[in-house]
Every structure is written in C-alpha cells, then in structure tokens.
Design a protein around this ligand. Sequence first.
Ligand code: SF4
Length: 412
Amino acid sequence: MKTPAEHRAPAFQAGKTLKKIMADHFLELDAAAKSRERKIAWCSSVGPVELLRGMGFLVYFPENHAAMLGATRMATELIPTANALGFSPEICSYLTSDIGSYLRQKTPLSKAYGINALPKPDVLVFNTNQCRDVQDWFAWYAREFQVPLLGIFSHRDLGKIKDYHLQDIAKQIQDLVPDLERIAGRPFDLERFQEAVRLSKTTSALWRACLETAAERPSPWSFFDHSIHMGPAVVARGTQVAVEYYEQLLAELRERVRTRTAAVPDEQHRLYWDGMPIWGKLRALSELFASLKTCVTASTYCNSWIYEQLDPEVPFKSMARAYTELFIVRNEQFKEQYIREHVRAYHCDGILFHDSKTCPNNSNARYGLPQRLQSVSGIATLAINGDLNDLRCYSEEQTKTQIEAFIEQLEE
Ligand code: SF4
C-alpha cells in the first residue's frame, strides 16, 4: 500500500509565486489600513471588483478570508460566537465563521503574515447574484465599522438572459459611481476602469486555459489543486499580477501535459465535483481520491471564476453580462445542460455533488438534478453531505465509505 505522499504529484513551481501574491495582498491591505493612505473596499467574491479597482480602491474579499478559516480548520470553533448574536447555524458558515473570527479576534492572517486585524473598510460592496447572505454579512460589518454599504441586487434563477436584465444590472453598477467617487475622494476615471476590465478578462482567459488542461489524460492537476490556485483569480482579478500568475501556471501545466505528469499517478477514473469545496478536508479528500486512482478533473466552483464576457469597450454592460451569466445565477435547466457539457469536455465517468449544509445556493442536489442527469444521460452520480466550513456537518467515515462504494460501482 502506498503512503499518501507517494500518491502525490510533485509540487507546483507556481506555488511559490502564489504564496507571495497572497502575502503581498494581505500585507498591502494591512499597511493601507494603518497608514490610511489608500481607501479600502470590501467586495463580495463575484462583486464589481473591476469598478472598485478602476476607482483606486484596494480590495479585500471576506469570502477569501472565510475560506482560509475553513482551510485552517479554525472555522468550526468560531461559528458559535456568531450564532450567539442571532445568526443561525443553518446560514452560510463563511458568514458565521468570519464574524466569529472578528469578534474573537482570531484570524489565520496572524500565523501566516503576522496580521492581527482585518483591514478596516471605507466602504462595503456586494452583489446578491450569489446569495442574500453576502448582503447580511456585509451589513453587519457596515454597522460595526460605521461605513457605507452599497449593493447590486441581481435577478436570479435565470434561463435565457434578456436585455432588460442586463440593462438593469449595468445601471445599478453605474449608479454606484457617485457614492464611490465621494468615498474615494477622486473622480471616476474611465480609462483606469477599462484597464481593470481588460486585465480581468485576460485573467479569465488564462484561468480557463489552465482549467482546460485537466481535459488531458492523465490530468496534470485536480480540483483540489484548482481550489488553491484560483486564489489570484479571486483576490487579484483586474490586476497585472493575476495575469502574470496564470501565464506562469499555464506554462507549467502545459509542460506537465507534455511530460505526462499526472496529478493522480495511474489515473483510472475521472470525476466532476459540483458544489463548494470542503475547505478543511481538501488534503484528506485529495489523498483519498488519489488512493482510489481517481482524479477530480473539473468543477462548477472553480469554473465560476471565468468572466470572458468582459469587454473594456463596453465596461458596464459587459460587467453586467459577466456577473449575470454565472452558473449560480441560473435556473435548473441551464445548470443541467452546463454540467452535462462539462462532464463530457473533461471526460468524467461520474459526478460528485457536495450538498453543503449552509450553502443551498451552491448545492445542486436538492431538486432532483443528480437523478435527472443519471436517468437522462446515464452519468453516475453521488451526493455527499458536508459543509464548506462547518465540519460538524461532515462525517469523514461516512463520506469515505460512500466514495469508495461509488468508485467500485464505476469499476463495475
Ligand atoms: S454563495 Fe454560499 S458560501 Fe458563498 S457567501 Fe453565499 S451562502 Fe456563503
């Protein structure tokens, strides 16, 4: 029997750059928060970051911090502190662990970067395209810090996207400008905004190209790698830093394809992952799948950071399109078709649905989608229960048994 280390592919060279980008991101925010020389905007992960960068804000993403709380397994013990404030254990565990972290003054940034406090915002900006939780989460911090809260209220469960949807969202984004000008203390700069849109679009194209290398056999990387390397697509989207990072990563992935370096040595099975990562169990799950000679080659989650609809010539309208055409904003028919196409493109034998207890928005196993995919397309599916951050909702033993049985079924 091989040890977990023997199942692992060599580490990515780009990993060193990734670490530096994340460190620079937090250290720059920390310095700005202390010196007050740059204004800071907090933004939801699929919020209007290009506009914020175009207006000169440094941008901080609470969801990224919350994912770190999950990955470092600090989240579970912090969640009850937010529950005591009235935030239910049933709602987003990013929200509850992040607010718990703030109240308890415990953050993974301390150990990683020597930073003990979150960068105080000058404004918080959300888009409800992903869920309502971001609005309530940001509203709590707006009250706490006594700073303005701005939002875009998106249409949801969309099939065909109509022009009136896009006009509405584009107008809402545009309407943020006067408030942001006042908070930033500078006038709107169209060229700077267009540049951020252009860089975001280039980042998206590169990130897509990186993900698409997983269609190769053997795949040079897996969902568990994607979840780590998508960091710059979240926190540095709209900057040259992200563009250069994905150029480096893509070159490395292409070299792995050329040399047939597999993420999972002796790859036999390939799966699609739908739903949130289980942040505190990335390593354990990666090792479990590797031991079963199974590579998770694609996911809805990591594909969500592709916004190639962005167009610097029509920045507001194209932002509206990019942030409305997202998977999470769409109806079940769209999602079924999307997953079917991706399963085919990435040569997957089966689909694993993670039904995340506190994120119904990113859980697609609740309205019969796995069963429809299985009966209509003959694709094997498995739904597991868990959570993105709250490990009390996850049974390692039960999940392991389910996954092992599923792979056996694929073998048969
Ligand atoms: S999409 Fe889910 S995980 Fe993300 S903020 Fe909303 S509820 Fe939380």
